[in-house]
Design a protein around this ligand. Structure first.
Ligand code: AMP
Ligand code: GLY
Length: 410
């Protein structure tokens, strides 16, 4: 089989690597890919948002299955275009992608089908939003509607901070804002392979969204992760699947927007049960990097089976995977380009490329999140020590990282 992976980051590196290990796969193409993916696949110079280019590449190269990484191209309708061209693709349609791209859409379905989530209200009027924040008090969560790469959310600890977030959100013409109850508990990411009402949960990972140690500073796309998560037992995963993921898949069918692809539940284990923070319409990043390296059964076969409506039994390594993101100095405010990175050859870790570029001078930074260093060991403690030893071998003037990934579960 020939596989095409759409995207350019660490998640896509992990998806492509997992696909390349399938006994059925002879070649993995990555569009546009990255220097990490180029070590085992073939990168083709087509942007991840060039839907016409992607369709024509898949047609002329007899691609058997396309796997989509990023949400942006899903919300542009890449799946609709591939399906119209008779090409097999694993991902949600443009309409189904609204589960991520419109918080309002997702919240309305959760409310209608009693899927547990934070109490919320949507506002397109600044004064009414401010009045609501004052009425509810802090802590309170302010979210801009639309795709924000994990960055449009403020968990405000004071009314003043919430109003500041509203000032920023409403500075953009036509912006809608969701204001919701602040959930308190233990956060985890449950990603499922979904086709209509068939839902196959993968192993769980925990992301670290805040930029600085001790979960401080602004939210990012994610600064590190590990899998499995001790506190999230198989019973809890089953309960989350039964009470949140399956009901959501069924609700989307009921609403006439059936979902195919990776359905990502950002969930919170609260004192009074498991609640939904958000759904995403694709794999998580940096979750994919620590989950897929633990998958021992055939990834491509699993996707094909799910798309055929067959139950799938996945086999997982018992090892703990642990990964640390190395990001550009001013991330998430800005990213860097062109800073030289060395030391990768000395590493025995799995190194995923998130935002890098190969130049005549060598590998350089090219984005906000740049590399993710992952190791697998018998325990989280061992993996933690190993990953950080490997991180220290990588030299670059413009990179920083968190020092406490996984600490809370140790
Ligand atoms: P989101 O983009 O909705 O995943 O939000 C980003 C992060 O903000 C989440 O991963 C949580 O850590 C935090 N967050 C979002 N909504 C809530 C909430 N209702 N209560 C507590 N934390 C939240
Ligand atoms: N790691 C969070 C996300 O992919 O949205």
């Amino acid at each position: 089989m020939k596989i095409l992976v759409i995207g350019t980051g660490g998640r896509e590196h992990a998806l492509a690597l997992a696909a390349s290990k399938s006994s059925m796969v002879e070649k993995v193409y990555c569009a546009p890919g990255n220097p990490g993916m180029a070590t085992f696949g073939e990168c083709v110079d087509i942007s991840a948002s060039d839907i016409d280019g992607l369709v024509s590449f898949a047609k002329s190269n007899d691609i058997d299955l396309t796997i989509v990484g990023p949400e942006a191209v899903l919300s542009l309708g890449v799946v609709d275009a591939f399906e119209q061209a008779g090409l097999k693709i694993f991902g949600p349609t443009q309409k189904a992608t609204q589960v991520e791209s419109s918080k309002d859409f997702a919240k309305n379905i959760m409310k209608k089908y009693n899927i547990p989530t934070a109490e919320y209200q949507t506002f397109d009027n600044y004064e009414q939003a401010v009045a609501y924040v004052k009425e509810k008090g802090a802590p309170i969560v302010v979210k801009e509607d639309g795709l924000k790469a994990g960055k449009g959310v403020t968990v405000a600890q004071s009314v003043a901070q919430a109003i500041e977030a509203l000032d920023i959100a409403f500075a953009i013409e036509g912006n809608k804002v969701v204001i919701e109850e602040c959930l308190v508990g233990f956060e985890f990411s449950l990603i499922c392979l979904v086709h209509n009402d068939l839902v196959v949960p993968l192993e769980v990972a925990q992301d670290h969204k805040c930029v600085n140690d001790g979960d401080t500073g602004p939210n990012t796309g994610g600064m590190g992760s590990y899998s499995p998560v001790k506190k999230i037992t198989p019973e809890i995963i089953q309960e989350a699947t039964d009470t949140i993921m399956v009901p959501m898949a069924k609700a989307m069918m009921e609403e006439g927007v059936p979902f195919t692809g990776f359905l990502y539940g950002g969930l919170m284990l609260c004192e009074d049960g498991i609640k939904t923070i958000e759904f995403n319409a694709r794999f998580g990043d940096p979750e994919a990097e620590v989950i897929l390296c633990r998958l021992e059964s055939d990834f491509v076969q699993a996707i094909l089976d799910v798309m055929d409506g067959k139950e799938v039994n996945l086999k997982w390594s018992n090892k703990v995977s642990h990964g640390v993101v190395m990001a550009s100095t001013n991330y998430p405010a800005s990213s860097t380009k062109g800073a030289l990175i060395t030391g990768l050859d000395n590493s025995d870790a799995l190194i995923y490329h998130m935002g890098t570029k190969m130049t005549d001078q060598g590998l350089v930074t090219n984005g906000g999140r740049v590399l993710m260093v992952v190791t697998m060991e018998d325990t989280l403690e061992q993996a933690f020590a190993h990953t950080y030893a490997e991180v220290e071998k990588i030299k670059c003037d413009e990179l920083f990282y968190r020092h406490d990934i996984g600490k809370k579960d140790m």
